[in-house]
Design a protein around this ligand. Structure first.
Ligand code: AMP
Ligand code: MG
Length: 512
């Protein structure tokens, strides 16, 4: 294995990470100070140079021995005060009063080039008080998986945690089937504040701390709420809206999270926890991949409902803050929270219709169009059509209708909609041509809404399998491809094609 980033400058001329630690100023009860457990032979497999620079981190320093020391937990950057954060959460509907970073450490925060505060976290860095029976480590497979998936989501336009680096530790970790090479992922998030964090604090029965936490959330993520007469109601509403938009983006791409627990839902509404997630291939709303999801709770078609269920838990945890002066009890606050929660289905639907408009090449979805996309989805289901390529094939048709140069090659050689789609395509074409917004503009929007490359399960699994054999080239090649998900070239067909009966992956595992 070879580190992809090498430094030709002496570490003395380089800037280490300028860490800050604002979360620790809240309360000692929210975290445990913890050093990472050292590893034997850390090696950077992939460093996200572009992200490092966006974070104001010197990518040359990051790839230097000092940087790799910090990324592996063997070294400590000046200013970094690592902590394991505590939180609670509903896991598959059951409340767990104490979860926490069992295999992760928050190294600190940085201010990025846009002035935004970002968390830098290690995942797989060793045991913490929240590890319970676990070893605090991660095999290399889940590290590669999260790197590929989270970066792909970012490129697909979905708010997501990011991957700053993937490392091999040089130490084995022991799982069901024996030893596996260990890995560490350095993850970046707008914050790691979860619905479960609020649940944990609410359970402490410390109103002051709850208010302090929510003020921190407002300051960090939703500062506009400060101007509201009822800032915490405004905050809840803002989080609900952000989550509705996030889930609409998942649905528009066929992304199935697989473990939508309240501890895996971030208040900043970035996608987090790329454990058993997967992209749907053939369109079926009941699709479930996660091996731990026995009841199909996180099936593709259930995701909006689960998000709303999680938001009910958030409302409950925040409720005391929603009581207005002069109100004798919590009843009016409950009513207002309920009213806000009741807006979720419609807020989601508006966002989803917007996504569908983008995917179909319409300026907007009017009430008549709803039948059009429902009929398309029904046809996809009936004919077992690949969700991603079916929508993408509309782009090729739109390019002709709009008289546009196609952005890259046509996928016609890779995928064709079955003949049974002809009447539907006729309807779609009429609607496309009737739209008042210039066709060229709509085609360009479609090109950013209908990817050709998604991290298909069999590709990800293959990259992991090869990495375990010591060959990182498949991981690198897939990662490169996923960085430009909307630009197709015929010679990359293997990265765009759906799984075959021989390589289909039907179940995914947390693997940690
Ligand atoms: P997840 O929802 O997959 O992030 O995991 C739920 C909880 O299990 C979190 O509190 C994790 O920190 C913990 N956990 C998962 N894997 C390990 C591990 N290998 N060692 C310690 N804790 C773990
Ligand atoms: Mg988690």
């Amino acid at each position: 294995m070879v580190a992809r980033q090498t430094s030709d400058e002496s570490p003395n001329t380089m800037r280490p990470i300028p860490f800050d630690n604002s979360y620790q100023t809240l309360a000692d009860s929210l975290f445990h100070r913890q050093q990472a457990e050292p590893v034997s032979a850390p090696q950077a497999l992939l460093i996200n140079t572009g992200l490092a620079e966006a974070l104001n981190i010197d990518s040359k320093w990051l790839a230097s021995p000092a940087g790799i020391g910090v990324l592996s937990g063997n070294g400590l950057a000046a200013g970094s005060q690592p902590i394991a954060c505590v939180y609670a959460g509903h896991q598959f509907g059951n409340y767990n009063p104490q979860l926490g970073d069992g295999r992760a450490l928050l190294l600190g925060e940085v201010i990025d080039r846009q002035g935004q505060r970002k968390d830098i976290q290690l995942k797989g860095s060793g045991r913490t008080p929240y590890s319970r029976g676990g070893d605090g480590r991660s095999p290399l497979g889940p590290v590669i998986r999260e790197y590929l998936l989270s970066e792909a989501m970012h490129r697909l336009g979905v708010p997501s945690t990011r991957a700053l680096a993937a490392l091999a530790t040089g130490d084995p970790v022991f799982r069901e089937h024996g030893p596996l090479p260990g890995g560490i992922l350095c993850r970046v998030a707008s914050s790691h504040l979860r619905v479960g964090t609020v649940q944990f604090v609410a359970a402490q029965q410390d109103p002051e701390l709850l208010q302090q936490l929510m003020d921190y959330v407002i300051d960090r993520h939703y500062p506009v709420c400060k101007q509201s007469e009822s800032p915490y109601e405004a905050l809840f509403n803002a989080i609900l809206n952000a989550q509705a938009t996030l889930i609409s983006r998942w649905q528009a791409l066929g992304f199935i999270h697989g473990v939508m627990n309240t501890d895996n839902m971030l208040l900043c509404a970035e996608t987090i926890d790329y454990g058993p997630c997967a992209f749907m291939e053939a369109y079926h709303p009941g699709t479930v991949f996660s091996s731990i999801d026995q009841q199909g709770r996180s099936a593709y078609g259930n995701q909006p409902a689960i998000a709303q269920w999680n938001l009910v838990q958030l409302a409950q945890a925040m409720l005391t803050l929603m009581q207005r002066p002069g109100e004798p009890d919590l009843k009016p606050a409950v009513q207002r929270a309920q009213d806000t929660l009741n807006t979720f289905p419609d807020t989601f639907l508006q966002a989803y219709r917007q996504r569908m408009a983008e995917k179909l090449g319409f300026s907007h979805i009017n009430d008549d169009d709803e039948a059009l996309y429902h009929d398309f989805l029904a046809l996809l289901e009936e004919h077992d059509c690949d969700f991603t390529l079916s929508f993408r094939s509309l782009n090729d048709r739109a390019a002709v209708l709009a008289n546009c140069e196609r952005g890259g090659d046509s996928i016609a050689g890779l995928f064709q909609l079955p003949n049974a789609f002809a009447p539907w395509l006729e309807r779609w074409q009429q609607r496309f041509n009737a739209d008042a917004t210039p066709a060229e503009q709509r085609y360009l929007t479609m090109q950013k809404a209908n990817p050709v490359f998604i991290p298909r399960n069999h590709l990800v699994e293959n990259a992991i399998e090869k990495a375990y054999e010591g060959d990182m080239s498949v991981f690198f090649a897939l990662q490169t491809r996923l960085q430009a998900p909307f630009e197709y070239q015929c010679d990359a067909a293997e990265f765009a094609a759906p799984a075959t009966d021989g390589n289909r992956v039907t179940a995914t595992f947390c693997g940690t």
